[in-house]
Design a protein. Structure first.
Length: 272
């Protein structure tokens, strides 16, 4: 696929999402004014609300999201256990011990990461707009890091089985941030010009789109594949320069997309 193909894919998925955006904006304004469908808003959200703001709905939303956190992913007790395929309690004890140890390692790594604070934001979106999204990756220190992706800043598509397997998201970075993330040589001309301008380097922001989709050339059952052979493609494009600034791949789909209830055949959810 060429740059124009990825941009067209993102535009088409954005057009499909548009039918839901009015309802999302309405719920944000009335129920949780601090929420935003823009990852980089131009102004600070007004928590005061006004005549349209409903404190009752706001408190109900917070209680429901907190209940999700307490009962689905509680911090103070185990909420998942890894088991081998065909697990039997009295089966291969060495294998069972390995999976138990792996479970403990996962619990510990989640606890020292930002998972639980980000998951709370995801639950708020799930209960407010019907769809919540989280991105997981490794930081420069090889530690797990999670990012809440606000509803309205991404668009999704599903596999035949109804699982979300394609996601595009839009975000903005300053020239300084983009150079830190991908290196100056990867950037387009417009971003590089801002990078070299002391007045614009830290203030002018540029729009990027990330496309994560199934890789037709991808293979499973190996954790030592070059990026272009992994099951999911990861492509990031600078929309200002119409240039690919980063291209890699994932072994697993890196986004969690959760729906409160399904909205017919749409990939988006509906909230209570």
């Amino acid at each position: 696929m060429e740059v124009r193909d990825y941009i067209a894919l993102a535009d088409n998925l954005c057009t499909e999402r548009a039918a839901f955006e009015g309802g999302w904006d309405e719920m944000r304004r009335i129920i949780m004014p601090r929420a935003t469908g823009n990852a980089h808003p131009d102004s600070v959200p007004d928590n005061g609300g006004g005549l349209e703001h409903s404190d009752v709905a706001n408190n109900s939303l917070k209680k429901l999201a907190s209940a999700h956190l307490t009962y689905i992913t509680p911090l103070d007790r185990r909420w998942f256990t890894l088991r081998p395929v065909g697990y039997k309690k009295d089966g291969n004890q060495t294998l069972n011990d390995w999976y138990n140890k792996a479970t403990e390692v996962m619990e510990r790594e989640l606890a020292v990461s930002n998972f639980y604070s980000v998951m709370h934001e995801v639950y708020l979106d799930r209960c407010l707009t019907g769809t919540g999204c989280m991105f997981s990756e490794m930081n420069l220190n090889k530690q797990l890091i999670f990012r809440h992706i606000p509803t309205g800043t991404y668009a999704i598509a599903e596999s035949e089985s109804g699982d979300v397997d394609t996601l595009v998201r839009w975000f903005r970075l300053t020239a300084h941030q983009a150079a830190q993330k991908w290196g100056e040589e990867a950037l387009g001309a417009k971003v590089r010009r801002a990078l070299k301008d002391a007045k614009r380097r830290y203030t002018d922001s540029f729009e990027f789109v990330q496309c994560v989709l199934p890789n037709q050339a991808g293979r499973l059952l190996s954790n030592n594949l070059p990026a272009k052979k992994r099951p999911w493609q990861d492509v990031i494009i600078s929309l200002d320069d119409k240039k690919i600034v980063f291209e890699s791949g994932f072994y697993e789909f890196p986004f969690l997309v959760t729906r409160f209830l399904r909205w017919g055949d749409s990939p988006y959810g509906v909230s209570p």
